[in-house]
Design a protein around this ligand. Structure first.
Ligand SMILES: Cc1ncc(C[n+]2csc(CCOP(=O)(O)OP(=O)(O)O)c2C)c(N)n1
Ligand SMILES: [Mg+2]
Length: 324
C-alpha cells in the first residue's frame, strides 16, 4: 500500500524540514563572522532524508549520525535552541557546550551523536539495535552514513552483523555525490544500494529530494525491522548545498551546480508543489510556518550568543566519564 500521511504529519514534515534549512542557513552566515568555534558541516539540501526517515521513529528508537549531523538531530526531536547553544560552545548547550557541532548528542531523545569518524555510526547503531532486540523494547535503530562511509569497513562489518544477528536496524546511506572533494562516481565501486545484496538484505534507492519517496521507503524498512524482519538499506541520492565544511571553496564543483540544484531540486519547494497540486495544504499555512521558524532561529542565535561559556575551572572535569 502506498504511503498515507495525515494533515498533522504533512505539517510536521514541512516544519521539520524548514527548521533544518533555516538552522543551517543561519549557521552558514553566523560561521562567517568567526564567532562559532570548531568545524561545521551543513545539511542544507538533504533535509528530506533525515525527516522522511525519522517520521517513523519515536523516543524508544535510536539513530547514529555523522559529522553532518544537525539535520538528524532536529528530525529526531532535539531542541534547536539547545543545539544552537551547543554549536556556539555555551554552557546551555545540548552537551553543556563540550560537544559542538561534530559531537552533538541527546541520548534521552535517542540521538546517539554526531560523529567525527566516517563510518563510526554504523557499529553504534548495531549496538543500539542489539540492545532493543535483547531487551525486547520494540525499538529500532538507524545508522546514517554518507557515500564515503559506504566504503568503510565499519559499515561493511555492521551490515554483516546486522544480518547474521537479524537486528532491527536500517542503514541510510546518504549519497550527496561527494566525500569531501571526491565525487562518489570516482570513489564508490558499484553503487551503495548494491551493497545490500551482498549481505542478503533488502535495499532500495530513492530520490533524496522527494520526502515522500524517502518516507515510503523508510516506512517499509521500519515496519520490517519492528516486526522481526531484520535489517534493510536505503540509498538516498541527492546533493548538498554548501561545501564539505564551512570555508570550503568548492573548486571541485561546476560554477552553477548549486544554483541549479536550489532552483530545481529543493525538497521544500517540491513538497510545496506536491501538496499544493493535491490541495492538501495551502500556501498560507506553509508561509506561517516559515515565519514561525525564522523567529525561532533568530531567538536561538540571540540566546546562544548571550549565554555563558562553560567555566574553565568548575566545568573542566565534568561530563568526562560516564557512570554505569
Ligand atoms: C575514518 C575517517 N576517515 C576520514 C575522515 C576525514 N573525513 C571527514 S568527512 C569525510 C568525507 C565523508 O564523506 P561522506 O561519507 O560521503 O559524507 P558527507 O561529508 O558527504 O556527508 C572524510 C574523508 C574521517 N573523519 N574519518
Ligand atoms: Mg558524501
Amino acid at each position: 500500500m502506498s504511503l498515507q500521511m495525515s494533515r498533522e504529519e504533512l505539517l510536521h514534515t514541512y516544519k521539520t524540514m524548514r527548521t533544518i534549512r533555516e538552522f543551517e542557513e543561519r549557521v552558514h552566515t553566523e560561521f562567517a563572522t568567526g564567532e562559532i568555534p570548531g568545524f561545521a558541516h551543513l545539511y542544507a539540501g538533504e533535509e528530506a532524508s533525515a525527516v522522511g526517515v525519522c517520521l517513523h521513529l519515536d523516543e524508544k528508537d535510536s539513530i547514529a549520525s555523522t559529522h553532518r549531523g544537525h539535520g538528524h538531530c532536529i528530525a529526531k526531536g532535539c531542541d534547536p535552541k539547545a543545539m544552537m547553544a551547543e554549536i556556539y560552545g555555551r554552557k546551555t548547550g545540548l552537551c553543556g557546550g563540550k560537544g559542538g557541532s561534530m559531537h552533538i548528542a541527546d541520548v534521552a531523545k535517542g540521538m546517539l551523536g554526531a560523529n567525527g569518524i566516517v563510518g563510526g555510526g554504523a557499529p553504534l547503531a548495531c549496538g543500539a539495535a542489539l540492545t532493543a532486540k535483547t531487551l525486547k523494547t520494540g525499538g529500532v535503530a538507524v545508522a546514517f552514513g554518507g557515500d564515503g562511509a559506504s566504503n568503510q569497513g565499519t559499515t561493511a562489518e555492521s551490515m554483516n552483523l546486522a544480518k547474521v544477528w537479524n537486528l532491527p536496524l536500517i542503514f541510510v546511506l546518504e549519497d550527496n555525490g561527494y566525500a569531501e572533494a571526491t565525487a562518489s562516481a570516482w570513489s564508490v565501486s558499484g553503487t551503495p544500494v548494491k551493497r545490500a545484496a551482498g549481505y542478503d538484505m533488502p535495499g532500495v534507492q530513492v530520490d533524496g529530494h522527494d520526502v515522500f519517496a524517502v518516507a515510503e521507503a523508510a516506512r517499509e524498512a521500519v515496519e520490517r525491522a519492528r516486526s522481526g524482519g531484520g535489517p534493510s538499506l536505503i540509498h538516498v541520492v541527492f546533493s548538498r548545498y554548501y561545501g564539505h565544511f564551512e570555508g570550503d571553496a568548492m573548486t571541485y564543483r561546476e560554477k552553477d551546480e548549486v544554483e541549479n540544484l536550489r532552483r530545481t531540486r529543493d525538497c521544500l519547494n517540491l513538497f510545496r508543489e506536491r501538496v499544493g497540486e493535491a490541495k492538501l495544504l495551502d500556501a498560507g499555512e506553509l508561509d506561517a510556518i516559515d515565519a514561525e521558524i525564522k523567529t525561532l532561529i533568530d531567538e536561538a542565535v540571540a540566546e546562544a550568543k548571550a549565554a555563558d561559556m562553560p567555566d574553565p575551572l568548575r566545568d573542566l572535569e565534568t561530563d568526562v566519564y560516564v557512570r554505569y
